[in-house]
Design a protein. Structure first.
Length: 88
């Protein structure tokens, strides 16, 4: 009787097992990378929309006469400078 290690049953044995391990590592790396990219995209949109909302609120206060022209210009400049610094 001849000794059989069972490698023929699965068509390759150890080399295919190594490929499977490498494939799983690459697969989970891609999944994690996609999650990180999605979170970064969502958080950058939130910052931009917050700045847009603040500018709109500032315009409304100026149009109602709650703040003077000098204060309006100063705060608008601060908001636009902050928005430019936060963009990647």
């Amino acid at each position: 009787m001849m000794w059989n290690d069972g490698a023929e049953c699965f068509g390759g044995g150890f080399p295919l097992m190594m490929f499977g391990g490498i494939f799983m590592f690459v697969f989970w790396g891609l999944v994690i990378w996609l999650i990180v990219v999605a979170i970064r995209k969502l958080s950058s949109k939130d910052k931009s929309s917050q700045t847009d909302n603040a500018i709109e609120l500032l315009r409304q206060r100026y149009s109602r006469g709650e703040i003077e022209t000098e204060e309006y210009r100063q705060r608008l400049q601060e908001l636009t400078d902050t928005d430019i610094k936060n963009k990647p």
